[in-house]
Design a protein around this ligand. Structure first.
Ligand code: CDP
Ligand code: MG
Length: 653
C-alpha cells in the first residue's frame, strides 16, 4: 500500500521538479508556482516542504477556496504520508477543525485563514503560507494577498522568523502577481496535456440542461464504453445537478439493457464526503462514469479517466449591487480562461473531446479573465475583519485589485447601521470598531447574522437565535426531490407557520430534536438529514463562541420576539406588498417576489410587510427566507434608519 502510494507520488509530473522547487522556495521569500491541474501542486508541494524540514519552525498552511477541496486533499495527503487525518496532516474549515498539536501540514479554506489572522495578524504559527487556486480570485484570497504580504514585512522588521509565501495556480497572469509580491520568483511546472478536440453548437441553445442531457446520451450511445471514456459535465449548482441526475437515471431505466453501464455521479460542495469520494474511484468494468459537477472540477479537484467534457458555459457566481444593497447569486457566463480550463480536463490521459454548448461566436465574446470576486460582492464581512485585525486605513490597504469605492462605502454604511463601527468625522474620517463590532467579528458569520445573534442578548433568546442562525447557515434543511415536490410539500404541511419561514424552521428543528429515530424522521418528513446534523454541529460551536464572549444562554421562544430579534440584523431587508404578489423593498424600491419555496408563497392575501434573509435572482428577484413583520417594529428597532424613509402605508394605522 505505502509503496504503491510512493510510486504514485513519484509518477506525478511535479516530481521531476522537486529539488528545484525546494531550493527556490527556500531561497525566495515569495514564489509563484504555475502548473496544469493534476500536475501535483496541491498535494505534493506541502509535503516536499515538510520533508525538507520547513515545518520544524511552524505550520505549513495551504488555503483552498472550497471546503470540499480542503477536506478531500487533506485526506489524500494524510494517506500519502501514512498518518491519520488530523495528526501531522489536518484540515480546518468553517465549523470544523480537524487538526491537532502534532499537525504540520494544514489545509484550510481561505476564509478560515483570514479569520485566524484576526487573532494573530502576523500569522506567527506559520512558517509557510501557500495560497492555492489563486486564479479563482475569491474575495478571501484577495484579502489574504494583502494580509500575508503585510505580515511578512512586519515579521521581517521585527526580526521574527521569516514567513514564506507561495502563490499557486493553474493559470495565472503571472506578471501582475509577481509585481505585487515584490518581483517574486515565478516557477513553471510542466504538466501533461494531450490534444483536445473542441466542438461548438451551431446555434445558441435556449436550454443548456436539455442540450447537456442530449449530448451525454448521444456520446454514451455512440462511443464505445469500457475504453476509459468518462464524461464530465459542468453545470452551475446543486439543483441543476440533481435534476439532470434524475433525468439521466430515468433514461437509464427506460433502456435497461442499453444504458446499464452508465454510472451517474454528482459533485458539488455540499455533497457528503463519502459520496464525493465515489467520483475518484474506478468504475466497475464496462461502466462509464458521467460526472455532473459545478466548477469545483474546473481546477481544484483532479478526476482521472475523463475523456469527454461537456461545458455549458455557465457558472454560478456572486453578484452585488452596492447601490441597492443587494447581494445576489447569479448564473452567468464563464470567462475564456475558465472555458480553456474546463476543456483541459478532457486531455489529461489521452486525446480528449470538449463539447461547448454555445457557439464559437459567443465564446469569442466572453471576458478574457474572471472578474475578481472582490469587485462584485458585498464587502461588509471583509471590512469588519480587516478592522478587527487593526487595519483602520482601509483606503490605503494594498489590494491587488482595488474593490469599487461604492462597495467599500456601502459596506461601511452597513457596519455603521449595525453599530459595529463608529464613524467619527472630526476633520479626518477615522473608523473605530465598537465593542459590539469586536464581538461580531468573533463569530464566523455575516455581519447581519452575528448582529441579530448579539441582539438576542437584549431579547433574552440567545439559545433560539443560535438555533435559527445555525439553520440559516446551511444550504437548506428542506429536502425536495425533483419528482416529489407535492409529496414533500404535503408531508411538511404540518410545520406550516403563518408567520413565515423562520418560525417554520424553528418548528421543524424542535420536532427533529424530540424525535427518537432522527434518520427515519427526516426521511418521512422530507428533511435533509445530513444538513440537519450539520446544524447541530454549528449550534454547538456558536454556543461555545457565546460562552467565550460571556454571553448568557437565555431562552424564550415567543415567535414575535424571535422575528424582532432577527429584524435587528436584517432591518434593511424589508419589503412592502404593492399588488398581485409584487413587493417593493422599503428603501431601494426594488421589485421583489416571494420565492415559490417559501411557506408564504401562496398565502392570500399576501402579507403587507415582510422581511427576508436571502435574496436570489433567477428570472426575477426572489426573497427566499421570508417572515411576516409588523412595520411598527421597524421604528422600534431602527428608528433613525426608518424615520426618513417611511412609506405612506407604514404611517397609516
Ligand atoms: O494541484 P494540482 O492540480 O497540480 O494536482 P493535485 O491536486 O496535487 O493532484 C495530483 C494527483 O493526486 C492527481 O492526479 C490525483 O490523481 C491525485 N489525487 C487523488 O488521488 N485524490 C485527491 N483527493 C487529490 C489528488
Ligand atoms: Mg491544485
Amino acid at each position: 500500500m505505502a509503496s504503491s502510494m510512493e510510486a504514485q507520488r513519484k509518477s506525478l509530473p511535479i516530481y521531476s521538479a522537486r529539488d528545484r522547487l525546494i531550493r527556490e522556495i527556500k531561497t525566495n521569500p515569495c514564489c509563484i508556482v504555475v502548473g496544469e491541474t493534476g500536475s501535483g501542486k496541491t498535494t505534493q508541494i506541502p509535503q516536499y516542504l515538510h520533508e525538507t524540514g520547513l515545518s520544524k519552525k511552524g505550520l505549513i498552511g495551504i488555503t483552498q477556496p472550497r471546503r470540499v477541496a480542503a477536506i478531500s486533499i487533506a485526506t489524500r495527503v494524510a494517506k500519502e504520508q501514512s498518518v491519520s487525518l488530523g495528526a501531522e496532516v489536518g484540515y480546518a474549515v468553517r465549523f470544523e477543525d480537524c487538526t491537532g498539536p502534532s499537525t504540520k501540514i494544514k489545509y484550510q479554506t481561505d476564509g478560515l485563514l483570514l479569520r485566524e489572522a484576526i487573532q494573530d495578524p502576523l500569522l506567527s504559527r506559520y512558517s509557510v503560507v501557500i495560497l492555492d487556486e489563486a486564479h479563482e480570485r475569491t474575495v478571501h484570497t484577495d484579502v489574504l494577498f494583502g494580509v500575508i504580504k503585510g505580515a511578512q514585512k512586519e515579521r521581517r522588521e521585527r526580526h521574527i522568523k521569516l514567513l514564506r509565501i507561495v502563490i499557486m495556480s493553474a493559470t495565472l497572469d503571472t506578471s501582475s502577481y509577481s509585481n505585487y509580491f515584490n518581483n517574486a520568483k515565478v516557477l513553471y511546472i510542466q504538466g501533461r496535456q494531450y490534444h483536445v478536440n473542441v466542438y461548438y453548437t451551431l446555434k445558441p441553445q435556449s436550454d443548456y440542461i436539455h442540450s447537456a442531457i442530449t449530448t451525454v446520451l448521444q456520446l454514451h450511445g455512440e462511443e464505445e464504453s469500457g475504453e476509459n471514456g468518462d464524461i464530465l459535465v459542468f453545470l452551475t449548482g446543486q439543483d441543476e445537478i440533481e435534476s439532470m441526475l434524475h433525468t439521466l437515471i430515468q433514461c437509464k431505466s427506460l433502456f435497461p439493457s442499453h444504458w446499464k453501464d452508465m454510472m451517474v455521479l454528482p459533485l458539488f460542495s455540499a455533497l457528503p464526503s463519502a459520496q464525493q469520494q465515489k467520483v475518484f474511484q474506478k468504475p466497475p468494468p464496462n461502466t462509464r462514469k458521467v460526472i455532473l459537477s459545478t466548477n469545483i472540477a474546473e481546477t481544484s479537484l483532479t478526476l482521472s479517466g475523463v475523456k469527454y467534457v461537456i461545458d455549458t458555459g455557465m457558472v454560478k457566481g456572486r453578484g452585488y449591487n452596492p447601490l441597492m444593497g443587494l447581494d445576489l447569486l447569479l448564473v452567468q457566463p464563464i470567462s475564456k480562461a475558465q472555458a480553456r480550463q474546463r476543456l483541459g480536463r478532457a486531455g489529461r490521459e489521452s486525446e480528449g473531446y470538449c463539447y461547448r454548448l454555445y457557439t464559437e461566436e459567443s465564446f469569442l465574446q466572453l471576458e478574457e479573465n474572471t472578474v475578481p470576486e472582490i469587485q462584485r460582492c458585498n464587502l461588509s464581512s471583509v471590512l469588519l475583519q480587516l478592522l478587527a485585525m487593526g487595519i483602520k486605513d482601509i483606503l490605503s490597504f494594498e489590494f491587488m485589485d482595488q474593490p469599487p469605492e461604492e462597495s467599500l462605502i456601502a459596506a461601511l454604511e452597513e457596519l455603521v447601521l449595525l453599530k459595529a463601527v463608529n464613524k467619527e468625522e472630526n476633520g479626518e474620517e477615522t473608523l473605530e470598531l465598537t465593542p459590539l463590532g469586536q464581538r461580531m467579528s468573533s463569530f464566523p458569520l455575516s455581519p447581519s447574522l452575528s448582529s441579530c445573534l448579539l441582539a438576542s442578548v437584549d431579547y433574552d433568546c440567545v439559545v433560539e437565535l443560535v438555533t435559527l442562525v445555525s439553520l440559516l447557515s446551511v444550504d437548506t434543511v428542506l429536502y425536495t426531490p425533483t419528482d416529489g415536490r407535492e409529496k414533500a410539500d404535503l408531508a411538511r404541511m404540518k410545520f406550516f407557520c403563518p408567520e413565515g419561514d423562520h418560525l417554520l424552521l424553528m418548528k421543524i428543528h424542535k420536532a427533529y430534536q424530540t424525535s427518537n429515530e432522527k434518520k427515519s424522521w427526516c426521511h418521512d418528513n422530507y428533511i435533509h438529514a445530513r444538513n440537519m446534523s450539520t446544524v447541530q454541529d454549528i449550534r454547538k460551536q456558536l454556543k461555545e463562541i457565546c460562552r467565550q464572549n460571556s454571553l448568557q444562554l437565555t431562552s424564550n421562544n415567543d415567535g414575535e420576539r424571535l422575528r424582532k430579534t432577527l429584524l435587528c440584523g436584517f432591518f434593511r431587508n424589508v419589503a412592502e406588498h404593492v399588488r398581485d404578489g409584487k413587493y417593493l423593498t422599503v428603501l431601494s424600491r426594488q421589485e421583489v417576489f416571494i420565492h415559490p419555496s417559501s411557506c408564504l408563497f401562496s398565502v392570500t392575501p399576501p402579507p403587507p410587510f415582510v422581511m427576508y434573509t436571502e435574496l436570489v435572482h433567477t428570472t426575477k428577484c426572489y426573497m427566499r427566507m421570508v417572515s411576516v413583520i409588523d412595520p411598527k417594529w421597524l421604528f422600534e428597532i431602527a428608528p433613525n434608519y426608518f424615520h426618513k424613509t417611511m412609506t405612506t402605508n407604514m404611517i397609516q394605522d
